[in-house]
Write a protein of this length. Structure first.
Ligand code: DCM
Length: 146
């Protein structure tokens, strides 16, 4: 996505005036997928839950499916919304859903230069973006303890 212009409450789904960024806690085989950002410079090298901006008129769950297809080359199904929303840069807010892998093996096609499947005890081994940490902690509760 190259458009970084915030939309200000004109279309459906944008009633709050903030651009919604959706991200997935993609769960498979008792592990969570972490993706390392390759850009922009200030975020490169940090790890995130993969996702991206909801387009005007797009439903958040549809944006999630689209972003996972574009960025990782997989088909996934959104699950439950992880409660909460987290501010990003001004005019942007992050919302997170769990997601289940339907088909494909994630590859870093866009925006990322590494992927890792993390078991619960490994979640602290990557440098998560600050704004993703609460959702990662909540997602961890869906992973087996062992
Ligand atoms: N972002 C984030 N956490 C995520 C996904 C995205 O903080 N899990 C931020 C990074 C960008 C903005 O949202 O500032 C838009 O993301 P992208 O560049 O991937 O479209």
């Amino acid at each position: 996505m190259t458009d970084s212009t915030p939309h200000h409450g004109t279309g459906p789904g944008h009633g709050t005036g903030a651009v919604v960024v959706v991200a997935a806690a993609l769960l498979d085989g008792g592990r969570l997928l972490a993706a390392r950002r390759s850009a922009p410079e200030e975020l490169a090298g940090r790890w995130e839950l993969p996702g991206g901006k909801v387009e005007p008129g797009e439903r958040p769950e549809d944006a999630l499916v689209r972003e996972l297809r574009e960025e990782l080359g997989v088909e996934a199904e959104p699950g439950e919304r992880i409660p909460g929303e987290w501010p990003l840069k001004p005019g942007y807010v992050l919302k997170v859903w769990t997601a289940r892998l339907l088909s494909g093996e994630p590859r870093p096609l866009e925006d990322h230069d590494a992927l890792r499947w993390l078991a619960r005890h490994e979640l602290d081994t990557v440098d998560w973006l600050d704004q993703d940490r609460p959702a990662v902690a909540e997602a961890a509760r869906r992973l087996p303890v062992a």
